[in-house]
Unconditional design. Sequence first.
Length: 318
Amino acid sequence: MAAGSFEGQYVWSPAADDRALARACMDVRTGRYLSAHEVLKEAREDFEVRAHRSLVLASVAADSDLAERWLAEEPGPEAALLWARVAMLRALRMADAGDRRQGALARIAQSACERAAKLLPKDPTPWVAQLALTRLDRPQDPAPKGLLTAPAGPWYLFAHILRLDPWHREAHHRFLSFFFTRYGGSSGASWDVAAFLSQRAPATSPLRLLPLVALVEDYNPSELLADRTWEQPQWIATAMGIYRNWLPRVAGYRFTPVLDLAYLAHALFMAKREFEAREVFTAMGPYASRMPWSAFGDPEEQLTRARRSCGLPVPHDG
C-alpha cells in the first residue's frame, strides 16, 4: 500500500496508514476497546501486524485503566495481549526512570505475558513482550557459535520465538537492544549481534537494517568525524544492499513500514546518496518516526534538513 504524497505536514502517528489501527487508537483514548479487539483479532495470523498493532495500542492505553477493565469485563486472547503489552511498557518506563517499583511491575508484566501466551500458544507476541523485559533481569544464556564476542544473553527465549516466527521483526530489534550499552551491554556485543542476525536474514528482509540501527545507537557526536561514519564503504554497501533488495518489496506491504524506511533514508542521506534517499523518503509519504532522527537532534529539524537536501518538500515550504 502506497503511503501517498506529501501534502505539506509530517504525520508522526505510529499507526501511519493503518487506518483501522488509527481508529482503534482514537477509541482507546476515549475508553472504548471494541475496535482494539477487532484489529488485534483480525491480525491473529499476521504476526508482524499483530505485534505492531498491539504495541501502538498499548502505548495509547498505558496511562489509563482500559487494559485492566477490558480484561475484567471481556477476558480473551486480545484483552490478555493488550494487558501484557501495557504491563511491559509500564515496567520498562519505570526501569528507565530508575523507579524502585520496577521490580513489582516487571513481575506483573511477566505474569501477564505468560497468561497471554497460554491463550494463543502459536502467537509469538507475548513472548516478544517477555523478551523486552529481559533487559531488566539480564539473563546470561551462552551465545551460539559464530559470534566473535560470544555475548551471553536471552538466547533461549529468542530461539523459542524464532521457532514460532523465524524473521519476527520486533523480536530481532528487542533482542539487539538487550546488548546496547545503555541497558548494560557493550558496543562490541551489539555490533556482533547486529552483524550475526542481519547476515542470517534473507537479502530481501528489513532485518538487514539491524547494523544500521546499531550504528545509530553507537553514535557519539563528540567523536572526531562522527558524521562521516556512514560514508565508510562498509556502511554504504550495507545501505545500498537494502535499497536494492528490500525497498522494491515495500510497495507490496499491507502498511508502510515507516521506522525501517526512516533508518534506510537516514543511512543513505548520511552516506551522501541523495538520489536513493529521495526514493526512500518518497516511499514514506508524509509519515515520520522520531527515530533515528532524534539521536542527532530535534527529529523534525533533522528530517527536514535531510528531505531538503534531497530536493523534497518540507512543511514550511507550503
